[in-house]
Design a protein around this ligand. Structure first.
Ligand SMILES: [Fe+2]
Length: 429
């Protein structure tokens, strides 16, 4: 029972101790227990976010800075003026001590006096014993030791191989200008014939329901319309550039990504529009790009990760143990490197975060939309959707302007749109 709850005997002993002492209301303890039921991210950056010292996008800024620096995460964050040394020390202490993490979670969700928290922890027998070094706490401490140099080498490698084609970079930056005309974009796109051909193919597909066939890129852009051009160009580029694995694996990967993109677009369209549907689609499409990068750039690590997952490990934990980076880190880093809006960096970084972790953090609207889309995208059509929509707690949807949406009713349209777009982009072979 104990291990079922948190996966950590000492942390469960701490909950039992809090219950026995009636130190906190039962529902507070239950909520903290629920938080620890799913494996969490224990790195210093994530702990600093939990403690309110850093914003998620700061973590990506520091990760990006590590490409050219030999400093550890905390040292670099201090040098960048994002953390003080005291905050780094506090985050490191919380990172290595699970009881402190319990109280950080409780502090975030319910107001608990710091003195009360410290008193309770100090009186917890296993804490006292561990501080006296008389308990073997190997199972309690984070098992992974991130090798900074290894992480930096991997980040440099990702930077090197994951550059967007020059033509695409130019088109994306042209699209930032509200006065740009489609003809100029068309001329630029012709500089990359495979992407131009893909755009033409899409414009003539059922997705855009056109009666007139476009024969030139310029005409295709008119058919697509300005708001669709960015999504189409980006989707076509990512699919041609990131395609490691067998044909079936690549198709499955991109269909899944398109599905999350379509859920994100639909949630944004039906919500209060604080997130743009186009941005939501791109964010959804990119959530798992980091997984494809791992497969493509670090094939040996990819196999080691798969092996761990087959043995029952959580995917993000396996990625962190093998690489020191998770696929949300890599996807967010790419968004940062390609100068996408910070809202996309944050949304990708947090796409697997637990609702209980997101609840009290002040994040951008797109983050909540894409987090919900990720969970919906994991469901297969049919009965699984019917059962699975309950995983989207109504208070989570209400709190983030998606309360009036009905995922069950939306599902058939989302699956159909994803299938059509996948067919248009990936063909039917
Ligand atoms: Fe993911």
């Amino acid at each position: 029972m104990a291990d079922e709850a948190s996966g950590n005997p000492r942390i469960e002993a701490f909950f039992a101790y809090l219950e026995a002492k009636e130190a906190l209301p039962a529902h507070v303890i239950e909520q903290a227990r629920a938080f620890f039921r799913v494996p969490g991210d224990l790195r210093v950056g994530q702990v600093a976010i939990l403690m309110g010292y850093l914003k998620p996008r700061d973590v990506i800024v520091v990760i990006a800075g590590q490409v050219d620096s030999d400093l550890r995460f905390g040292e670099l964050a201090v040098q960048m003026g994002l953390l003080t040394t005291q905050q780094v020390d506090a985050a490191l202490a919380t990172q290595t001590e699970r009881c402190l993490q319990v109280f950080e979670v409780i502090r975030l969700n319910f107001r608990v006096e710091e003195a009360t928290a410290k008193e309770l922890i100090a009186a917890f027998p296993a804490w006292a014993a561990a501080n006296g070094r008389s308990v073997d706490e190997a199972s309690d401490l984070p098992s992974r030791k991130v090798d900074g140099e290894r992480v930096r080498a991997r980040l440099r490698m990702i930077t090197k191989v994951s550059t967007l084609p020059i033509v695409v970079q130019r088109v994306l930056s042209m699209l930032q200008d509200p006065n740009v005309n489609l003809e100029a974009i068309g001329r630029t796109l012709q500089g990359d014939p495979p992407i131009a051909a893909q755009v033409l193919r899409l414009a003539n597909s059922a997705v855009f329901c056109t009666r007139v066939r476009a024969s030139t890129v310029q005409r295709a852009l008119v058919v697509l319309g300005m708001t669709n051009v960015q999504q189409v160009v980006l989707a076509a580029t990512l699919m041609s550039q990131f395609s490691a694995g067998t044909k079936l694996e690549v198709r499955e990967f991109w269909f899944q990504s398109i599905l999350v993109g379509e859920w994100a677009r639909s949630l944004a369209e039906g919500g209060s529009r604080r997130t743009s549907p186009e941005e939501a689609f791109i964010g959804g499409l990119m959530t798992n790009l980091g997984q494809m990068v791992i497969r493509q750039v670090f094939p040996k690590d990819h196999l080691a990760i798969q092996l761990r997952v087959l043995r029952g490990s959580d995917l993000l934990t396996a990625e962190l143990e093998c690489l020191g980076l998770s696929h949300p880190d890599i996807g967010a880093y790419l968004a940062h490197m390609w100068r996408f809006p910070t809202s996309l960096e944050e949304a990708i970084l947090y796409h697997h975060a637990r609702p209980s972790a997101l609840r009290r953090l002040k994040l951008l609207p797109a983050t909540y939309t894409i987090n919900a889309a990720t969970r919906l995208g994991e469901l297969a059509p049919g009965a699984e959707v019917v059962q699975g929509v309950t995983i989207l707690e109504s208070d989570f949807l209400d709190a983030h302007d998606m309360g009036r949406l009905k995922p069950l009713e939306m599902a058939p349209h989302v699956f159909a749109a994803a299938r059509e777009l996948a067919l248009a982009l990936l063909g039917d072979t």
